[in-house]
Design a protein around this ligand. Structure first.
Ligand SMILES: *Cc1c(COP(=O)(O)O)cnc(C)c1O
Length: 358
C-alpha cells in the first residue's frame, strides 16, 4: 500500500499559468497573458526591497506589522480586520480552509478566475459554478438561486477575470442582503484600482455593518508586485483571525513586506500609471468594438474577446505576431481570449492583428 492523496486532492484541476512571450517578428514580442503590469517597480520600491533583502538571514516580521498598519490607514479599516498572505490567491485558500469542509458548497460564476475551483476543491468542499449572464457578467439571480442549506461561501469576482465587467454596487448590495447571514460573500477585487465606472461595486463599503463579507485585494496587478507575492483580505475581525490562524508562518518575505509598504508611499506615481493603462484600455475597447468582434466591457487591465470556436485560431494568430494572449477553451459558450493591457505598442499591435479576423 502506497501513500494515498486525499481524494479531493488527487482530482484537482491544474492551474494553467499564462505562457511567456512568443518569439515575435523582428524579435519583438509581448507577454499579455498574465494581467501583469508592464511598468517597472514604482519609485523607491526596488531600493526598499533591496535594503530589506540585506536582512535575509533573519525571519520576516511574522505579524506583517508595517504593512498591516499602512493598509489599515489607507483603507480606513481596523488592523484586526486584515490578514495577509503570499498573494490574494493564498489568502483565498486560507479563508476557504478556515470555513469549508467536505459537504459544504461554494458558489462562484463561471467563467471566472481559474484558481477558484482549485481553492474550493482543495478544502474538500463542492464547487458550484454558475454560468455567466449576457455580456459575460455575473448572473446574480442564478447565483442566488444556487444557494442551498449547504452553501458556506459565494465568490464574486469584480471586475471579473477573465471577462472584464464589474458588478454594480447596487446589485452587489442587493445580492448580499438576499444571502443568508451564515453564507460568506467574498468580493475579489484584484483589479479594483483599474475601475473607472462610478457605479461599480465597492467591496469595502459593503463590509460596513455586515459580518458575512470579505474583500480580497492584491499588490500583484496595479502595484506591479506580482513576483513578490503580497495580497490581503479585509473582513470581520473574527474571520480575519481565522484566516491568520491557518496562514503559513512568515509567509511574506522581508523584501515583499518592504516593497508593499514602499508601493503605498508611491501612490501618486501609481495613479499616473493606472490612468495611462485605463486610457489604453479605452482605446483598445473602442478599436475592438469597431471590429464588431463582440468585445465585452472591461473595468480591469485586460479585455476579453468572446472568440468561441475561433479561440485557438485567433490566439495562434496573435502568437505568430509576437503577442502571447490567454486562450480559454472548454468547448462551451464562454470560450474566448483574454488580452492584458500592455505597452502602447503592444496594444496597437493587438488591434492590428484583430483587424485581420473576420
Ligand atoms: C490576479 C488575481 C488575483 C491575485 O493574485 P495574487 O497574485 O495571488 O495576489 C486574485 N484574484 C483574481 C481574480 C486575479 O485575477
Amino acid at each position: 500500500m502506497v501513500v494515498q492523496l486525499r481524494s479531493a486532492i488527487s482530482g484537482l484541476p491544474v492551474y494553467k499559468a499564462g505562457k511567456p512571450a512568443p518569439p515575435g517578428p523582428n524579435g519583438v514580442s509581448y507577454k499579455l497573458s498574465s494581467n501583469e503590469n508592464p511598468y517597472p517597480p514604482l519609485p523607491g520600491v526596488l531600493d526598499a526591497a533591496v535594503a530589506a533583502a540585506e536582512q535575509m538571514n533573519r525571519y520576516p516580521d511574522a505579524g506583517n506589522s508595517m504593512i498591516t498598519s499602512a493598509v489599515a490607514e489607507l483603507l480606513h479599516v481596523d488592523e484586526d480586520q486584515l490578514s495577509f498572505g503570499t498573494g490574494s490567491v493564498a489568502v483565498l485558500y486560507q479563508l476557504l480552509q478556515a470555513i469549508c469542509e467536505s459537504g459544504d458548497e461554494v458558489v462562484y460564476a463561471w467563467r471566472s478566475f481559474e484558481a477558484y475551483p482549485i481553492a474550493v476543491l482543495a478544502t474538500g468542499a463542492t464547487a458550484v459554478p454558475v454560468d455567466l449572464g449576457p455580456g459575460a457578467t455575473h448572473d446574480l439571480d442564478a447565483m442566488r438561486d444556487a444557494i442551498t442549506s449547504a452553501t458556506k461561501v459565494v465568490l464574486l469576482c469584480t471586475p471579473n477575470n477573465p471577462t472584464g465587467p464589474a458588478i454594480s454596487h447596487t446589485d452587489l448590495i442587493a445580492f448580499i442582503d438576499q444571502v443568508p447571514e451564515r453564507v460568506l460573500v467574498v468580493v475579489d477585487e484584484a483589479y479594483v484600482e483599474f475601475v473607472a465606472d462610478e457605479n461599480a461595486a465597492r467591496g469595502l463599503d459593503a463590509l460596513h455593518g455586515r459580518e458575512n463579507v470579505a474583500v480580497l485585494r492584491t499588490f500583484s496587478k496595479a502595484y506591479g508586485l506580482a513576483g513578490l507575492r503580497v495580497g490581503f483580505c479585509v473582513t470581520h475581525p473574527s474571520l480575519a483571525a481565522g484566516v491568520r490562524a491557518v496562514s503559513v508562518p512568515f509567509g511574506l518575505s522581508v523584501a515583499a513586506q518592504a516593497a508593499a509598504v514602499a508601493s503605498l508611499e508611491a501612490r501618486d506615481a501609481l495613479g499616473e500609471r493606472v490612468r495611462a493603462l485605463i486610457d489604453e484600455r479605452t482605446r483598445l475597447l473602442a478599436g475592438l468594438a469597431e471590429l464588431e468582434l463582440g468585445v465585452t466591457d472591461s473595468q480591469a487591465n485586460f479585455v476579453w474577446l468572446p472568440a468561441r470556436e475561433n479561440t485557438q485560431l485567433w490566439a495562434d494568430e496573435f502568437s505568430r505576431n509576437g503577442l502571447m494572449t490567454r486562450p480559454y477553451i472548454a468547448g462551451d459558450q464562454n470560450d474566448g481570449i483574454r488580452i492584458t493591457i500592455g505597452e502602447p505598442e503592444a496594444n496597437a499591435l493587438v488591434l492590428k492583428v484583430a483587424a485581420t479576423f473576420g
